[in-house]
Design a protein around this ligand. Sequence first.
Ligand code: DP6
Length: 318
Amino acid sequence: MAVTARAHPNVALLKYWGKQTRAGNLPAVPSLSITLDSLHTTTTVDASQRDAVILNDELVEDAKIGTALSLWRQTLAIPPLKIISTNNFPTAAGLASSASGFAALITALNIWADLGLSEAQRSDLARQASGSAARSIFGGYVELSGPDWLAVPVAPREHWPLNVVIAITSESRKATSSSSGMRLSQRTSAFFDAWTRTTAEGLAPMREAIMQRDFAALAEQAEASCLMMHAVMLSSRPGLMYWNPSTLACLHQVRDLRSSGVPVFFTVDAGPQVKAICQPQAVPDVVAALNTVPGVLRTVTCGLGGDATRIDPELTDR
Ligand code: DP6
């Protein structure tokens, strides 16, 4: 019988960029993220003569899914399967569709193929497919760090219910995937060593800022991590430029808001969208301000989301 699961994308506040040279898709740096609620990937797995992937209603050849399935099959009995996966947000435009996608897939697969995996094992398998996917197994505040490189929940979403306003500045697919961008940065950016050192040092203070609900400290640390990651991207050769003019205008808008007393800070991933993290009372101001920025197509407001979990497809829209 088919099984459907749903997982949410996450947004890293301490960024993952770079991999270890050992096998297993192990990150070169720790990361810390928040899981979003209103965006999601819904994935159904079912029996099939041979593997087939239907992504957003289209039959696709997805190399990343193919690689993940072969990896997982090295240790798990996974029969040929049909995967039907739908995102309610733009795919591969810097909104972490691979994170929610692989978290939903391993969660559905675990039940469908009766694999008996724990949350930690699912996180491990999701990470092998895509580093950020390890974090989407859990809701709320989530850390991915060594030595095991399994995601662990830092705090539930109720601990500090922040909001995220996403300014969509482009709906097109990104030019360079995170995986190849990371490899390029690692090989060519003169800043890469400083990045790994600074990020490792940044984990404990960020965890502490979250535990203390210290918004000013979290804002400073998260913006620093984001800008340093983009400095590493920009200093790669050839330089990786994921921003468009509207991305930069949004960052200035967020800084202006904060200067005027609105509790908000920004982060940006490997794409042109801006994620503005704010306290709930600031949402109307943040939405209004970002919607005035030229080039912003629309905004999407999220709260913090929960764990990747099985759902009843009858009870959902899609
Ligand atoms: C910029 O998890 O997509 O979003 O492990 O190669 O699949 P792979 O990379 P991926 O990278 C995410 C990078 C990021 C920052 C982050 O989410 O921490």
